[in-house]
Design a protein around this ligand. Sequence first.
Ligand code: HPA
Ligand code: ZN
Length: 333
Amino acid sequence: MNTFIATLPKAELHVHLIGTLEPRLFLKLAKRNNIQTAYSTLENIKSALQKFDSLDSFLDVYYQVAQVVQTEQDFYDITLAYLKKAAKQRVLHAEFFFEAQTYMQWGITFETIITGITDAIKDAYKKYGISAMPILCFLRNLSEEYALEVLKASLPFKDDIVAIGLASHEKDNPPSKFVGLFTQAKKHGYKLCAHAGEDVGPDYIWQAIKLLHVDRIDHGVRCLEDKDLVAYLQKTYLPLTVCPLSNMRLNIFNKKNYPILQLMNEDLNISINSDDPAFFGGYINENYAEAHKMDLSRDQLVQCARNSINSSFASLEQKERMIHKLEKWLQYH
Ligand code: HPA
Ligand code: ZN
């Protein structure tokens, strides 16, 4: 890895906890919990990872993989493994999604999930110096009514959760379905994120902005299809958390027409992220490297890192400390 990218101080704002579950840990958890899955060997897993070619076909594999994660210890182990890896890639601060509904449908309690995650966050800070905040991510293919129940279950733990998010099957599940959820979440002090402009175009990005009043758009790459939307995003500098390897792997764009340079040249507030690194062939630095291959200059990569810190939900003081680290690093690079 290019040392410039490897040592560049950065934040990660768009990564799913289950998306970081590496095949070896997956097999270990399947064994520990005595769960039979469709993927019983490393070879099975590797071939499953080659098979999907769209968001929907990827999600089928993703939910199969999620089945092996059941106990507080499992959530602890995955979170710690991801944060260790991220710290090695010079991520100073990570905000990651956990999809509580996936597990609660199987009878696992909110408390089990969040306790494993928050214990690992504390230990990762002590061991690796990385700070982290979990985002409670809702599944948009399920009902708003169920989402509201889960939001309620999260409230005793709200001081440990920074934001809510919205992910999963995008087509036919518009942001407009979740106006009540986002209104309630905001009242309880959560920041707001939503996946939009990945599998569906600008209409869903507009809905996330106008109806859900989000603080960040996850992906958002298809904003370029609408000039007025680009102008709005330039004016407001609303953050877009872009995930190049994910978008190419899921055929949102192909390698030849991936618009990261265009997004940057339009002066949009983009950051570079990994989404589901164990599935898409690369963590955050591999995504930075891909952006560099697609002609983002060093200055533009630094701008993405600066954007990632400024667009995070860390406190002002914490952001200033991270920006200071970045500026200091720049003196030597
Ligand atoms: N999009 C939507 N839902 C997801 C994704 C994604 O890229 N990854 C995990 N859940
Ligand atoms: Zn995502």
